[in-house]
Each structure stands twice: as C-alpha cells, then as structure tokens.
Ligand binder design. Structure first.
Ligand code: IMP
Length: 432
C-alpha cells in the first residue's frame, strides 16, 4: 500500500451554521501547528476557548494566539475592524499574553469602517419580519459589498495618509448619501472617523505584512499551517441558505482565496459539527425543535451567541446537511463536539434526507421548505462529560457516532466531551 501523504497544512471549518466549537479544536490542534491563519469573515465570529477553566472569546485573532511561539496570520479574505482588533489585542496583553512579533495582518484586508456598521444596522432595521437576516450588526455585509464593488479601502492604504484620506472621503460621501437619503438615519462624521482610523492604523502598522509571501515561506520551510474557518458551511455566501447567510466563502475554497495559498497546498479538511444542530439569527433550519427537547439542548449546551449573546435555535443533527458540507468542502474527517449535551435523552433523531425533495441534499433554493426524514436511535443514560477515550463512551453513544459517520460519509476523527481543551478524544491526529 502506498504511504499516506503527510499533513502539513490543515483547514478546520464549521460543517453546520457556525458555533460548532471550532475555537476549542483549533486551540487544541495549535499544539502541533506553527502558524494559524484566519481567511474570511471578521469580528462577527466568536471563538470561545477554555483553558484550565479560564474562558477567552476571540473574534478576530486566530485561536492559536494563546500558544506562545505560534504565528497568527489574518489573511486578505478577512474584513478588518481595526478598532475591534486593537481591543482584542489590548485585552490579551492585559492578561499577560505575549503578542509582539506573532501577529501578521495582510495589507490587502478590506477595512470595516464605522459607516459600514451604520449601514448594516440601518438595513436590518428596515427589513420586515421574515426578511430580516439577523446579522451580527458588525458591518460585515456592507464591507464585503464594497470589496466586490471595488470601492473598499485596504489596510495597506493607511500607510499613505493623503491617499487614504481622499479615498475615505469619497466612500463616506457614498455611505452617508445612503444613510441619509435611503435609510433616513443619522450619518457618520468623516473627520472624527478619519482621525480614529489613522490612529488605529498607526498602532497596527508593525503588524501589516505581505502575508502571501510569509505563508509560502512557511510552507517551503516545512512548517505546519492551520487555516481556521469562521461561521459555518451552511452560512457560505454561495452554498449556504441564501439570503440567510454571511457575506464570505466560509467553505474550504475560501481558505485558498482568502490567504493566497493555492488549493493543492491544502492537505486535509477537518469539518467541525455539533452532535446536534444550532443556528443563530434567522433562516431555514429543517430540524429545529420548538419543544422541551430543544429547550433542554439550549440549556445543557449553554446555547447563547458568544458575539451577540443571542439565544441559539436548537434541533436534531442534520446528517443530510452535513453530508452536503462534506462534499462542498472536501471534508476528510469530522470532529464531533458537545456530545455530552445529549446525555440522558431517551432517544435521538438524525435527519437522513428530506421528504418529497428531489435529492437527499438540501438544494439551496428549496431549503426553507424541506421536511426532514428521521431515523431514531436509542440514547444513553451515562454521562459522557469529560470522557477521554472512545472505549469509555457508552455503547449507544458509539453507535450514534458510527451512524453519523455512515450517513455523512466521513470518519469521525475527534470527539469533544466538554469545553475544556483536555476533554477530547483524538482518534486520528490531524497533523503528521
Ligand atoms: P453577518 O455575518 O453579521 O452578516 O450575519 C449573517 C448571518 O450569519 C446571521 O444569521 C448571523 O447570525 C450569522 N453569523 C455570523 N457570524 C456568525 C458566527 O460566528 N456564528 C454563527 N452565526 C454567525
């Protein structure tokens, strides 16, 4: 048998609607990585890490930041709020985390401006009930619109104050026109914003870099690189439940475009999925539960957004949706999180397809109308919280995992049994 290709580069991404517990997994895998890269999204993400009982929530910095010596790269695909990045940096420094020389930010990151946030919030407030997206209100959508509209201001431009100021004035003219005349809300003051942005850019300047060059240097040197996805596959702008999606490519292709690392250099893709399903914000969710079981999942799983504090909707594991995620991301292995939340349930349902649907995969346009087809499996009474070996899991929990592997079509390689870094079962080491 030919020897298996070794893993030097690994993409870790959400296989559902975000909040799958990627932060913990990336943090755990960072033990084995030299570099961690964020490649899309912005500070709409909230990656919660719990290390020895202490909780840290990261929004923009890659989750490798708590490991001394690991380089953290923010790639060109990320839309950057300099104010929020600095806030995060200052908070970590106050906790004693050494960041100097470890954070590199692409000069090509489009900036999120205060006017993008105003536009995001104005738009959401004018949308009617069922049309609301339920965005995080962080300016993500409008910032990506400007990127695609070729109007965005890149971080690197802040190094030329005159050019930056001229472009900012132009863009503010446009944004303020929309705010005043279309949305009929307050405009954003240019002079104040410019001064603040230039001050922030000055502080970030030593971190601004040509990250494409840096990443390929690491690749040639044989260093291990981990690409950390934000949100989840079903929130992808192309493949998610459009229009109830985020504005970036959350899928593995985004790791290549959002960092300048060609797809053939990506060795493996780890898809992170909760042992059930959640969604925050609006949009279709075929397996959503509106009963005591859903309430139990929300309570046991502490399902509140780490960025917005909003309660998350809960439901059964949708294997058909995760199967789709497996295909569009070329997921080579799964990481199943929050298994312990299902402890003590009499029986468990798994969605294996959809009633009256043309195919077993959730086609984007019909997602809202899908009615799940369930298989029911017996639950387990024992606690799986903190279990660290597969042999110590109840037989029914092992059968549940095997059923998911078979239905989704990907092996489960990591199982997480509590928020703590140590409470993890690694069946196949992701690197090496
Ligand atoms: P936006 O990314 O703020 O534009 O929000 C678009 C949709 O993506 C909304 O439904 C948000 O709730 C959802 N969303 C954005 N970021 C996250 C995340 O990190 N986790 C889960 N959902 C998210």
């Amino acid at each position: 048998m030919a020897p298996e290709r070794t893993t030097q580069t690994l993409v870790v991404l959400g296989a559902q609607w975000g909040d799958e517990g990627k932060g913990k997994i990336v943090d755990l895998l960072t033990d084995r990585a030299d570099v961690v890269v964020r490649f899309q999204g912005g500070h709409n993400a909230g990656h919660t890490l719990v290390v020895k009982g202490e909780k840290t929530v990261l929004h923009l910095l890659p989750s490798g930041i708590l490991h001394a010596g690991v380089e953290c790269v923010i790639g060109n695909g990320v839309v950057l709020s300099m104010a929020d990045l600095l806030k995060e940096i200052h908070e970590l420094e106050a906790k004693g985390v050494e960041l100097r020389g470890r954070v590199r930010i692409s000069s090509a990151c489009p900036l999120i401006l205060p006017s993008h946030i105003a536009l995001d919030q104005a738009r959401e407030s004018t949308l009617r009930g069922g049309d609301k997206i339920g965005t995080t209100g962080r300016g993500i959508g409008p910032a990506y619109e400007d990127k695609v509209g070729r109007r965005a201001i890149h971080l690197g431009l802040t190094r030329d104050e005159a050019k930056f100021s001229a472009r900012l004035e132009e863009l503010f003219d446009y944004h303020n026109f929309l705010l005043a005349n279309y949305y009929r809300v307050a405009t954003v003051e240019l002079a104040k914003a410019r001064d603040e942005l230039l001050k922030q850019a000055g502080e970030l300047r030593p971190m601004i870099a040509d990250t494409v060059e840096i990443l390929h240097g690491h690749r040639r040197a044989g260093r291990r690189i981990l690409f950390e996805g934000a949100q989840g596959a079903l929130l992808d702008i192309d493949h998610g439940t459009y229009p109830f999606v985020t504005s970036s490519n959350t899928t593995s292709g985004g790791a290549a475009t959002g960092s300048g690392f060609g797809p053939l250099y990506l060795d493996r893709v780890l898809g992170v999925a909760k042992a059930y399903a959640t969604r925050v914000g609006e949009g279709p969710f075929p397996t959503e539960l509106f009963d005591a079981t859903g309430e139990h999942m929300a309570k046991a799983g502490n399902e509140f957004g780490s960025t917005t504090g909003r309660g998350r909707r809960c439901g059964w594991f949708d294997a058909a949706a995760v199967r789709l995620a497996t295909q569009i991301n070329s997921i080579s292995g799964l990481c199943l999180t929050k298994l312990d939340v299902l402890d003590g349930m009499e029986s468990l349902k798994v969605c294996v397809g959809y009633r009256d649907a043309p195919s077993n995969s959730p086609a984007v346009e019909s997602y809202g109308r899908l009615r799940p087809l369930y298989e029911e499996l017996p639950g387990w009474r024992e606690s799986t919280r903190g279990v660290r070996s597969v042999e110590a899991l109840p037989a029914n929990a092992r059968a549940y995992i095997a059923f998911i592997e078979e239905t989704v079509g990907a092996p489960v390689e990591i199982i997480s049994t509590s928020p703590d870094r140590e409470d993890t079962i690694v069946l196949r080491p992701p690197f090496g």
